[in-house]
Ligand binder design. Structure first.
Ligand code: ADP
Ligand code: MG
Length: 348
């Protein structure tokens, strides 16, 4: 059969690149997620996120992290370049960094106009690199502070189908806010600030104080309703540690989005943990109500189901039921400590 007899054609390389980029960059909030993770991986102590029109027109992430030399930044925007792993073996040894696929900057650059200004810590030379639809347009020396600033203009300007399906500005911004607050609460030792349409939405102090961070993110009413989980609250089991804060049973929301779970430092979604928390309140929450919570779980890598795609936020545990029981008991211990559990006698 001659080639012309088939409908099956090879896609041109540009189309292939854009499709791949679209898997990493779904919406403005995915850009914010990738860039904030890069800033955290770069040891930043301050991160500022600036967005305009829900991030669809403009996003800027500025950090005071380790920065990049000119050679580094030129390499960083290439596909599959990373400073975080060198081969497949490194994936097995437990990763300290959040990103490691080496695809984010290249993918974001592919579907936007991207500018990076960066200067290595203790270095004397800054660099400004400009990319347009994945092509490097210029690399020049620039005067800039230590750290990295990444600016994205006109996200999806070259993928009209994608741009057309972005949601309303307020929806896109609420996704960005979700990401920014998520990383702020995960890293109380990093000062995270978010600005939208020239207004600062929140700014944390970075003084490694979870209560102060909660106050900055959620405001006084919620912060005052938060209870710490006691130190010795977790019974033995696959979960090595669980600490953090939960809200008084009367301070709830109709969405589980405020029940935030972190596993080994990663901001993830863990249904098992959420379900255990809700059970622990023992019907005091009312139907469809969820508490505020910031829960840091620590488990050995072997207890986390690795068959979940790294880009998915939902994670699972090897021993779901055991983890669930441990979480429930720890949360009950916190509630009992404050006399907030009706059904059982207080401990001790
Ligand atoms: P990954 O994070 O998976 O390594 P990225 O495409 O997100 O891939 O980034 C590529 C590389 O660029 C990183 O490995 C890092 O060396 C460098 N980099 C990216 N962002 C920053 C930043 N904010 N500060 C310093 N280096 C950065
Ligand atoms: Mg990254």
């Amino acid at each position: 059969m001659a080639d012309s007899d088939t409908n099956i054609q090879q896609l041109d390389p540009t189309t292939v690149e854009r499709i791949a980029a679209g898997e990493v960059v779904e919406r403005p909030a995915s850009v914010v997620k990738e860039l904030v993770e890069n800033s955290i991986d770069a040891d930043a102590s301050r991160i500022r996120v600036v967005a305009e029109e829900g991030g669809t027109e403009y996003i800027r992430i500025v950090d005071d992290g380790i920065g990049m030399s000119q050679t580094d930044v030129e390499a960083a925007v290439e596909k599959h370049t990373t400073s975080k792993i060198s081969d497949i073996e490194d994936l097995e040894t437990g990763l300290a960094t959040l990103g490691f696929r080496g695809e984010a900057l290249a993918a974001i650059g592919e579907v936007s106009r991207l500018t990076i200004r960066t200067k290595p810590r203790g270095g004397s030379r800054g660099t400004e690199l400009h990319l347009e639809g994945g092509t490097v347009e210029s690399v020049e020396p620039a005067g800039c502070p230590e750290g990295t600033a990444v600016e994205i203009n006109d996200l999806f300007y070259n993928v009209p189908a994608r741009r057309k399906y972005l949601s309303a500005e307020s929806t896109e911004f609420s996704h960005i806010n979700d990401v920014a607050t998520g990383y702020a609460l995960a890293n109380p030792d990093v000062a995270v600030a978010l600005e939208h349409n020239d207004r600062e939405t929140f700014a944390t102090t970075g003084q490694d104080d979870l209560e102060a961070t909660t106050l900055a993110v959620y405001g006084r009413e919620v912060a005052e309703a938060m209870l710490p989980i006691p130190d010795d609250a977790v019974p033995d089991g696959p979960l090595n540690d669980l600490h953090g804060i939960i809200s008084h049973p009367e301070t709830t929301r109709s969405s589980p989005d405020y029940l935030r779970t972190y596993v080994n430092g990663r901001f993830v979604s863990a249904k098992t943990v959420r379900d255990a928390v809700v059970d622990a309140y023992d019907k005091q929450l009312g139907p469809g109500r969820y508490p505020f919570a910031v829960l840091y779980c620590e488990l050995s890598g072997a207890e986390i189901d690795v068959n979940v795609h790294p880009r998915k936020r939902e994670i699972r545990f090897a021993e779901e039921q055991a983890v669930r029981g441990q979480v429930e008991q720890a949360i009950q211990a916190a509630l009992l400590d404050h006399g907030l559990l009706r059904s059982s006698a207080p401990r001790g």
